[in-house]
Ligand binder design. Sequence first.
Ligand code: GLU
Length: 492
Amino acid sequence: MTTRTRFAPSPTGYMHVGGMRTALFAWLIARQSNGKFILRIEDTDQKREVSGSVEHIYKCLRWLDLIPDEGPDDFGGKFGPYKQSERLDIYQKYAQKLIDAGRAYADPYTPEQLDAFREEAKAHKKPFLYRDYRPENPPAWDGSQPLRFRSEPKPYTWHDEVMGEMHAGPEVIDDFILVKSDGFPTYNFAHIVDDAEMEITHVIRGQEFLASTPKYLNLYDALDITWPIFASVPPIMNEQGNKKLSKRDGAKDILAYREEGYLPDAMLNFLASLGWNDGTEQEVFTRDELIEKFSLKRVQKSGARFDEKRLLWLNGAHIRNIPVDKLYEYVSPQGDNPQKDRGQTGFWPESAYAPNITKEYRMKVLALAQDRLKMFEDLRGFGYFFAEPEVNLELIDGNKQLKKLSDSERRELLETARAELAKLAGWTPESIQNYLNELLEITGQKPGILFSLIRIAVTWAPFSPQLNDTLALIGRERTLARLQSYLDMKLA
Ligand code: GLU
């Protein structure tokens, strides 16, 4: 049987990390078994729907390249429609089947009556169950009342790929609403019908649905539908691990990470690591490695901690692993770049697109910057390769080693450096490195002092690629001129 997994988001306007991780797990299972990954939009709760969310979901999936094999609109497929709001006649058919079999009834009660039943149960210290209040002669269902499932309480044992063997007693089985009085099915009903109609083999979703699973099993049985494989993935917790991740803990919409300059593959790696590891020390996984190694059996049962610093670290690791021309496309405003909509200069500082700057030169800067980028936005800190940097004396005053030297000692060092550099025969990273080593001997200084001072005077940046590479690319003339500006600087 072909493996068929699905991602079934509700269009509520926001794609959180947990939702996208579910999509990834479902996609990985489909890819590793040559199966199909299906997108289904669960839009039966019209009150919660936010316009534009469906496109937003597509955008998120496209960014991470988790392309559904079947789904609404252009994705296509022969099990459509793939939006629940377009499948009402299908739910109607199933509802009728249940009514005909005596397994569904029109709920005649007003909310006030239901409240009274609840109070009564409370007074008797009994849990409230709808099935204790089934109407003896329910009215014929005309669609104006909710349609309720007539459950058959019994104990259940089932297997969950993540949680293992699960058991539940008959007391958790109750009559639940199948179709609301607005004519739309509930999630509880619709997803079971759809998963069956779409021949879904694996239901992968958050643990919040675990408690309801026995109720679902009762409905599968009533409809004579074979149970799918269940996998309930753990919740994502805040960094401290003491509560579920919320927007207040800094949880962002997935596309916000794209805007900040994260690589899709780093995001995938990060999402996969939220609750999964392969049992080794390996932390950086390519997309293909994830497909090969991912397994639901190795997904942890307990909550997964969300640590954005880890994402940043993974992003740096993935950035280092891609060819520089591919990276160029990601950070630049044109080309095969998912960050296309980032304005005139992409992630580059404005000065990188000054008329005298060539693509070739930008590529050289990028090759040096690559090792140091944690996210694409960091590229803005490399402006000194393109334009004259702004003096920032804080970098000297705040430097433990440099602030120990007097102003005249610093000038003396830079004067020597400038004079020697001017005489240097070639201007390559190698010749500059040799010269820098000599300079250490001439001045008797430590690299931490001498190299930092030169670097700051030439870049006015807190970090740079290796000094010899940096100077080589900035060029002899500009390097000497910047050192000279330092020497000309009048300090109060
Ligand atoms: N529409 C549900 C949600 O967004 C999907 C749950 C499921 O995957 O079955 O939470």
